[in-house]
Design a protein around this ligand. Structure first.
Ligand code: ADP
Length: 357
């Protein structure tokens, strides 16, 4: 009875191994191949008869031969090797990228007698990853060059339309001045867009490991920059003591600038704007909050306001480029953090961003 149960289990295991899409191979502690399934034949090009009894090194390219003793020593000590990404060589000499999971095989007494390997072909995935990275880099370079090179002509349009308005004010009729006004508004808007787009593309360019910065110092600088705006809208801005964080000061500054700038911009006409900045430790994260009592945001927009160019208002209602929050989200992604909003229409919003401690 027990024997037939064992036989059934062994048969089932054999069927699973044979039908697996992954190559499943076993070897003894001398690195000699002892079993070989159909997918191993498909992946490496050797038939079962050709592979069994051969050293596993027939699959390892010469420059990676030192991997085998390292793997064997881990197996001997009972360790499992999980998702080890490497390169192997097929019978026809072609190199393939694979992910290996290797576990020790024990006999009835628990002694380690060999190893079983599961090899998955990741050549396509790696190629797709590399293609995606290249496409992203090209796109980024294009956006950077375009925004950088567009700055100069936009500045020229802006400066000369301003000069025309000032110097020829008396010579131009009302309609000409009105048209000039439209040109200047458009040029200034374009300049703001280009400036923000350039900031967006530059976020990933700072890849050196950041030092720790005192968030209180950064916030103080941002509040000086926003002094005029705060005065203009008669806002009350309060802050709690903030911690130090491991982040580039320029990035933290952009975050505060965009979030506090928005808190002041999207204020309610019905009450004095009040903005409060605070931080708390939650688990392994520092969570900063910028709270306002402004117009608020409907729940349907809580996610997509962080998209590039997403705006909920026209430029006539509130000026803006729709890039501020996209910049904030990109910065947070760079640090393995997150940014989100909790908000209610008519009551106000709290933008929060979390950074690993
Ligand atoms: P911009 O302010 O330039 O339009 P952002 O990316 O900074 O672009 O913000 C995207 C949109 O999110 C804004 O157009 C606005 O509708 C909304 N928003 C952002 N911050 C707030 C806030 N504190 N209160 C209400 N709405 C906000």
């Amino acid at each position: 009875m027990i024997d037939s149960q064992n036989e059934l289990a062994a048969e089932l295991l054999r069927a699973i191994i044979e039908s697996s899409d992954d190559a499943i191979i076993s070897k003894d502690l001398n690195s000699v191949i002892t079993s070989w399934n159909k997918s191993a034949e498909r992946l490496f090009g050797y038939t079962e008869a050709e592979a069994i009894g051969k050293p596993i090194t027939i699959l390892i390219p010469p420059d990676r031969l030192d991997e085998e003793p390292q793997i064997l020593s881990r197996i001997r000590s009972g360790e499992r090797v999980d998702h080890f990404e490497t390169t192997r060589v097929r019978k026809d000499g072609k190199l393939i990228d694979i992910s290996l999971t290797i576990s020790p095989v024990r006999d009835r007494t628990g002694r380690i007698v060999g190893a079983s390997k599961i090899a998955r072909d990741i050549t396509e995935r790696r190629k797709a990853d590399a293609d995606l990275r290249r496409a992203n880099r090209d796109l980024e370079q294009f956006a950077y060059s375009a925004s950088h090179d567009l700055q100069e002509p936009m500045r020229t349009v802006n400066i000369y339309s301003e000069l025309l308005t000032k110097r020829y004010h008396d010579k131009l009729d009302g309609q000409a001045l009105e048209y000039l006004g439209h040109i200047r508004t458009g040029a200034m808007r374009m300049e703001a867009l280009i400036r923000d787009l350039l900031s967006f593309t530059q976020i990933t360019k700072l890849d050196v490991v950041p030092e720790s910065v005192d968030a209180n110092d950064i916030l103080a600088k941002v509040l000086v920059d926003l002094e005029e705006t705060i005065k203009d809208c008669n806002a009350r801005v309060t802050t709690d003591p903030l911690p130090c964080v491991r982040m580039h000061g320029s990035h933290l500054r952009q975050l505060f600038q965009n979030l506090i700038g928005n808190a002041l911009k999207y204020c309610s006409a019905e009450r004095t704007p009040v903005v409060h900045i605070s931080a708390e430790i939650q688990g392994g994260y520092v969570v900063f909050s910028v709270n306002d009592n402004g117009i608020g945001i409907g729940p349907e927009y809580h996610k997509n306001i962080f998209d590039l160019f997403k705006r909920l208002h026209t430029s006539n209602e509130y000026e803006g480029t729709g890039l501020g929050l996209a910049i904030c989200e990109r910065i947070m992604t760079q640090y393995g953090g997150q940014i989100w909003v909790e908000s209610e229409v008519g009551t106000g919003s709290t933008f929060k961003f979390s950074l690993p401690k």
